[in-house]
Design a protein around this ligand. Structure first.
Ligand SMILES: O=C(O)c1ccccc1NCC(=O)[C@H](O)[C@H](O)COP(=O)(O)O
Length: 213
């Protein structure tokens, strides 16, 4: 089981996630987010990431200048594209950096899951997440919202995928059972407050995802 902890901002939380057995650690470069870090900060945090654990750089409709800056500081294993990036933009980013790309697809119903098939042969990985609320002051992700997991039964694509959206230690085992996913991700489900990770909640989330709770 792959387990990603997203929106890490401190060495302690990076170390807690890696020690718990997380396979992917996410740094968030969307400036308005309470989880945002700068590329320079991420470079320092990355020193606490053990070999073999994948570094994921989360961006939202990032321009080339930001992607370059992140690339120079961090050399992430994966760019997580959490905006409205088209298949063409995904292809462009892959060609430019030669890096894996995980495209986020927001799901509320079966048609949303099917729309992900447009990224087949383009994205290396998909991340199915909940649609954000319509209010303008809400973030495009990391809102701790669950979606109807059964909508994913409609997905017929070939691209491997990860599940996100309101997952926490209490519901992740059920999410895995219902969807059959082999990869899960949380941001707010391992926090005491937006942007404040809890080492205890991180440990509990990873243990529950790995069936060790
Ligand atoms: O976390 C944010 O603040 C954020 C801002 C803008 C786009 C995406 C964002 N977060 C996404 C994630 O951290 C996760 O990959 C995932 O979607 C889970 O979020 P959550 O529902 O909080 O567990």
């Amino acid at each position: 089981m792959d387990v990603k902890i997203c929106g890490l901002k401190t060495p302690d939380s990076v170390e807690a996630a890696a020690a718990a057995g997380a396979t992917h650690l996410g740094f968030n470069f969307f400036a308005p987010s309470p989880r945002a870090v700068t590329p320079a900060e991420a470079r320092l945090l990355a020193r606490h990431v053990p070999a073999g654990v994948k570094i994921v750089a989360l961006v939202v409709d990032a321009d080339d200048a930001l992607l370059e800056e992140i690339w120079e500081h961090l050399h992430p294993d994966i760019f997580q594209l959490h905006g409205k990036e088209t298949p063409e933009r995904v292809r462009e980013i892959k060609a430019r950096f030669g890096v894996e790309v995980m495209k986020v697809v927001r799901v509320a119903e079966a048609a949303d899951a099917r729309s992900a098939e447009a990224y087949d042969g383009v994205a290396d990985l998909l991340l199915f997440d909940a649609k954000p609320p319509k209010d303008k002051d809400k973030l495009p992700g990391g809102n701790g919202l669950i979606f109807d997991w059964t909508a994913l039964q409609a997905y017929r694509g070939k691209t491997p995928w990860m599940l996100a959206g309101g997952l926490d230690a209490a519901n992740v085992a059920e999410a895995i059972r219902v969807t059959g996913t082999g990869a899960v991700d949380t941001a707010s489900g391992a926090e005491d407050a937006p942007g404040v990770k809890s080492p205890e909640k991180i440990r509990k989330f990873v243990a529950a995802a790995l069936g060790k709770a």
